[in-house]
Design a binder for this molecule. Structure first.
Ligand SMILES: [Zn+2]
Length: 267
């Protein structure tokens, strides 16, 4: 158990975070399922049930449409980043069994490849190819863009930024034969994308974009940097339920402080 988990456990035990609630839709974020460093498929199954017990789980488009309304506080959406083959194997059956929907963010220029951006840091995972993406049932999956090459967008030259956003949208729509309406920033922490990246995503015609900044709700002004609740391989059902109940919401402040300290060191 990390120090963060210990603080969250103590905070969760008070019941205060749950009482405070959140001001927007809860957007769940996952990556790979199964394998050495993926979330256990059984834990994902249980997470869906815990989520359903707390909120109405809707497609991301519906959660985004509700931003700023009182209804948004009671909604949740499920998202997966990177588009691994194990999404089709493990996540889709669990979603379909419950009649739920998820948005899958894939790097448009890496379909059918592996997570080369994680080389040396995480196990190799196979990404879905274009045919497999086309085969995903639209009743349960919306396909979103996760850049073209899965690079950090902060500080990119304008032409590269356009390729990673508008270029990714066009390429993915061509490959999948579906409209691509949502974007998730690769890495997605504060400092991994900037105002120019948000503007490029909006200009490319995306309806909203997800970050990995932690939080159970987003304000309407955060439409192009939606907060998410990340479920990680080291999570247990206890830590997942605490995350859903708000006992980790304070870690968003820790992330801001870390980004500020990094900036201080770099300048
Ligand atoms: Zn990613």
């Amino acid at each position: 158990m990390t120090a963060t988990d210990r603080i969250a456990a103590a905070l969760g035990a008070t019941g205060i975070p749950r009482l405070l609630g959140s001001h927007g839709p809860l957007v769940l974020m996952l990556h790979g399922l199964g394998g050495a460093d993926g979330v256990d498929p059984g834990l994902f199954d249980a997470t869906l049930d815990e989520l359903r017990a707390r909120r109405r789980v809707v497609p991301l488009a519906q959660a985004v449409a509700a931003l700023g309304t009182p209804e948004a506080r009671g909604l949740a959406a499920v998202t997966f980043d990177d588009g691994y083959v194990d999404f089709a194997e493990h996540a889709l059956p669990a979603l379909a069994r419950r009649g739920l929907h998820a948005t899958l963010f894939v790097p448009a220029g890496r379909l059918g490849e592996t997570n080369v951006w994680d080389a040396g840091r995480a196990a190799e995972r196979k990404l879905l190819d274009a045919a497999a993406l086309r085969a995903l049932d639209p009743a349960h999956v919306e396909i979103g863009a996760h850049g073209m090459t899965h690079c950090r967008l902060a500080g990119l030259a304008p032409h590269a930024l356009c390729e990673e956003t508008a270029g990714a949208k066009c390429a993915l729509e061509d490959a999948c034969g579906r409209a691509v309406r949502f974007f998730a920033y690769p890495y997605g922490q504060i400092g991994d994308f900037d105002a120019a990246a948000e503007a490029a995503v909006a200009a490319a015609g995306f309806a909203a974009a997800c970050s990995t900044h932690f939080g159970r709700g987003s304000a309407p002004a955060e439409r192009f940097r939606l907060r998410r609740v990340g479920i990680e391989a080291h999570d247990t059902l206890a830590t997942v339920t605490r995350k859903l109940d708000g006992a980790y919401d304070w870690t968003a402040g820790k992330e801001r402080l870390g980004a500020w300290a990094r900036r201080g060191r770099e300048t």
